[in-house]
Design a protein around this ligand. Structure first.
Ligand SMILES: Cc1cc2nc3c(=O)[nH]c(=O)nc-3n(C[C@H](O)[C@H](O)[C@H](O)COP(=O)(O)O)c2cc1C
Length: 188
C-alpha cells in the first residue's frame, strides 16, 4: 500500500522558501510512490490551546475547541508520516507551526499512542546565514525534544538560508537534500 504523507506548511507565504523545501520533499516522496496531502496552516482556523485539559481526561472525546484542528487530528492519525515546514521567526518556529504543535497535545484523545513510530521530516528556512545565529537550531531542538518524548521518529531535517521568497531555489544542495528526504520518507 502506498505510504500516506501529510505535509503541514507553517509559513504565511504559500509559495515561500519553507514551502519550496516541502514541495521538494513531496516531489521526492511521490516519485517513490507515496500519496501526499498538504495543509496550509496559515489558511486554517486554529486557535491556541487553552489548557482546559478536556483532552487529558479518561474517556475524553478529544479537544474541546471545535475548529479546523478537528479535521487535522484525523488526517494526522491517518498518515504514516508528517512533514513539518516552517520559517524561522524570532529565533524559533513560526507561530502558526507552534499553535499546531501545542494543539497536538490532544492527539492521544483520538488514538492511543498516536506519535509512536510516526515518521517525521522537518524543513526550515531562515534569513540569517547561519543555522545557529538564525535561531533555526532552537526550533530543530524543539522538534527533536518533542518527537523524542512522544517516541515519533525524525527521519530527517533539511534547512537552509534564504530571505526573499523563492531564494532557497538557488541553494542546490538543500534542494537536493529535500528531494532525497522525500524519497527516504516514502521508502522507509
Ligand atoms: C516576522 C519574521 C521574523 C523573522 N525572524 C527571523 C529570525 O529570527 N532569524 C532569521 O534568520 N530569519 C528570520 N526571518 C526571516 C525568515 O526566516 C526567512 O525569510 C525565511 O526564509 C522565510 O521562509 P518562508 O518564505 O517559508 O516564509 C524572519 C522573518 C519574519 C517575517
Amino acid at each position: 500500500m502506498a505510504k500516506k504523507i501529510l505535509v503541514l506548511l507553517g509559513s504565511p507565504r504559500r509559495k515561500g522558501n519553507s514551502a519550496i523545501l516541502a514541495d521538494q520533499i513531496t516531489k521526492g516522496a511521490k516519485s517513490a510512490g507515496a500519496k501526499v496531502e498538504t495543509i496550509y496552516l496559515h489558511g486554517r482556523k486554529i486557535a491556541p490551546c487553552k489548557a482546559c485539559m478536556a483532552c487529558q481526561k479518561k474517556n475524553s472525546r478529544g479537544c474541546s475547541i471545535k475548529d479546523d484542528m478537528q479535521e487535522i487530528y484525523l488526517k494526522l492519525i491517518g498518515a504514516d508520516a508528517w512533514v513539518i515546514a516552517s520559517p524561522v521567526y524570532w529565533f524559533t518556529m513560526s507561530a502558526q507551526t507552534k499553535l499546531f504543535m501545542d494543539r497536538c497535545f490532544a492527539l492521544p484523545a483520538y488514538q492511543k499512542d498516536p506519535f509512536l513510530g510516526k515518521q517525521i521530516a522537518i524543513a526550515m528556512t531562515y534569513g540569517d546565514e547561519d543555522p545557529f545565529t538564525s535561531g533555526c537550531v532552537n526550533a530543530l531542538r524543539t522538534f527533536q525534544d518533542a518527537y523524542g518524548y512522544t517516541r515519533a521518529k525524525i527521519v530527517g531535517m533539511v534547512y537552509g538560508s534564504a530571505m526573499d521568497a523563492g531564494r532557497i531555489r538557488a541553494d542546490k544542495k538543500v534542494m537536493r537534500e529535500a528531494l532525497d528526504l522525500g524519497k527516504k520518507l516514502a521508502e522507509e
